[in-house]
Write a protein that binds this ligand. Structure first.
Ligand SMILES: Cc1cc2nc3c(=O)[nH]c(=O)nc-3n(C[C@H](O)[C@H](O)[C@H](O)COP(=O)(O)OP(=O)(O)OC[C@H]3O[C@@H](n4cnc5c(N)ncnc54)[C@H](O)[C@@H]3O)c2cc1C
Length: 488
């Protein structure tokens, strides 16, 4: 750690997943932290409209490991070792189109499905437990300006007061609609773009079901012992799986929770969602397209319209936005992390993992270069330079992955089968991992993780093509010889 005599100070705006992690990590590195969030404590964990699960992978877990929270988080979530896919075009009780695809061979090839609320709570408790962190909830930042070497900020408090502070070093972690990004963009030439996806989403719920025969988990509370998942993952050898119904123009996803319920999300174009205008239509749509799910969703209609059920009142349709900006910093005093720097579509399940990685990189750079003014200018510029290409590569892949998930089927391209066979034959050669595996289960920088896998894919395509050409040439030769023989 860099050893300035004076304790380094940092102000963090936004105490969501990324801001709270940043506060904990900064405190553990010896910084004095002041963190502000517009939400009051009672609003921090209110579920409504944000109850979707987060899938954490190796990148996110590494950050939690650094602050001693990994075990707690692992225990609060459910490990999914693959996808259980319900392909379309199946008849009732026809198991042939139901298949399991494992995420990979390595022991960390799993997604940890955890409720956003549970993860938020663990981080929040860790943050409030750090003596060097002063937590200011119910403080909405409404003004931020850089004057000289200081960022001057103004907050509206929950009890209608006004608080003004200045800070030499500010980290903006205030999410996709970041006020800090907007305010700081005035200071220099920033590139900024935002685009909405045609796909929108609706959160849904699959409750646990009674299981009189279970009760083998000694660590489970008595009430949970009697419950089981409504959708079994027998294809995954007893391990849990992410449940997926790909239907080309829409898809249903269900992620397991530790209380044996599933948090489900319907992703669809607006036209599809608008056509689901009453309870009977919703039920019929689910029975037609997702029969296995419909059968275990007793409160589907109420959940969908937010009239009752665990999702509470007013379950609105969620929009999905991608934002890109450059740079991520202003001089030596301001820097963006997490969704504030790069909101992306959720189809790779990497937003939080990427946000956590941002924080780790920033802190590592500060550790190695120092946090005094002159070093900080260099560190923040380096942070933008190192992070931007990788985050862009991930955002692009996240967009493409929507299509991959929606069209997933049992039949695989020949190149994929070949890649999987090579991965099996040479398990220690990481080069045969897919781009998805590289992104999710390694910590190779995103851009390289994707590029490496794509270049192997290109190489396999050429091989298959050459094989195809060779086979065609040989067949033509054989046919030619046979024709020559019969005609002579
Ligand atoms: C449908 C969906 C599914 C997703 N699934 C996954 C997944 O499976 N895996 C994954 O890794 N990621 C997933 N993500 C992405 C993930 O939710 C985000 O990347 C993550 O929440 C980013 O955290 P953050 O702290 O940057 O932003 P946020 O969690 O949005 O936190 C921002 C904080 O800033 C505060 N704030 C905002 N404005 C102000 C202000 N003016 N003053 C003070 N405070 C302010 C807010 O109250 C909030 O607490 C998903 C996203 C969506 C939409």
């Amino acid at each position: 750690m860099h050893s300035d005599k004076k304790m380094n100070e940092v102000t963090v705006i936004g105490a969501g997943l990324c801001g709270a992690l940043a506060a904990v990590l900064f405190a553990k590195r010896g910084y004095k932290v002041a963190i502000f969030d517009k939400r009051r404590e009672d609003e921090m964990f209110a579920d409504s409209g944000r109850s979707f699960n987060i899938t954490l992978t190796e990148r996110g877990l590494v950050a939690l490991r650094r602050c001693g929270l990994e075990q707690q988080v692992l225990e609060a979530g459910v490990r999914c070792f693959g996808r259980q896919v319900y392909a379309s075009g199946r008849q009732e009780d026809d198991e042939s189109n139901r298949f399991f695809t494992p995420y990979g061979k390595s022991e960390n090839a799993f997604l940890l499905s955890i409720s956003r609320k549970a993860l938020n709570q663990i981080l929040f408790t860790a943050m409030t437990g750090e003596p060097a962190v002063s937590v200011n909830l119910g403080h909405k930042c409404v003004e931020a300006q850089k004057i000289g070497g200081q960022v001057h900020m103004e907050f509206k408090t929950a009890n209608s007061g006004t608080v003004k502070i200045t800070s030499e070093f500010v980290v903006g972690a205030d999410g996709a609609w970041s006020f800090m990004r907007k305010a700081m963009m005035r200071h220099r030439n920033w590139d900024y773009s935002q685009s909405f996806s045609q796909t929108r989403y609706k959160e849904l719920f699959i409750p646990a079901v009674q299981d009189p025969e279970s009760g083998v988990d000694g660590h489970m509370p008595t009430t949970t012992k009697k419950l089981r998942f409504a959708l079994d993952s027998s294809a995954a050898n007893g391990e849990q799986a992410l449940q997926l119904w790909p239907r080309r123009n829409f898809l249903l996803l269900a992620m397991p929770n530790s209380d044996r319920s599933f948090s489900a999300t319907l992703f669809a174009q607006d036209t599809v969602l608008q056509s689901l205008s009453d309870e009977a239509t919703v039920r019929a749509f689910f029975e037609r397209h997702f029969p296995e799910a419909a059968a275990v969703m007793p409160t589907l209609e109420q959940d969908y319209f937010g009239t009752a059920g665990p999702l509470g009142q007013g379950n609105v349709v969620g929009t999905l936005v991608e934002t890109r900006c450059s740079p991520f910093h202003v001089d030596d005093s301001f820097v963006l992390v997490g969704d504030a720097a790069h909101a992306m579509l959720p189809f790779m399940g990497q937003g939080t993992n990427c946000a956590f990685e941002d924080v780790m990189l920033l802190i590592e750079l500060l550790d190695s270069h120092g946090c005094d003014r002159a070093s900080r200018a260099e560190v923040l510029a380096k942070y933008t330079e190192l992070r931007k290409p990788h985050v862009d590569a991930l955002a692009t892949m996240a967009k493409e992955h929507d299509r991959t998930l929606s069209t997933m089927s049992k039949a695989k391209p020949l190149t994929e089968t070949l890649r999987e066979s090579l991965a099996l034959l040479f398990p220690s050669v990481g080069s045969f991992r897919s781009a998805y595996e590289n992104v999710a289960f390694t910590t190779i920088p995103y851009g390289r993780a994707i590029e490496d896998a794509k270049s192997v894919e290109g190489w396999l395509e050429r091989l298959v093509f050459a094989g195809g050409v060779g086979f065609t040439a040989l067949s033509s030769l054989a046919v030619g010889m046979w024709l020559g023989h019969t005609m002579s």
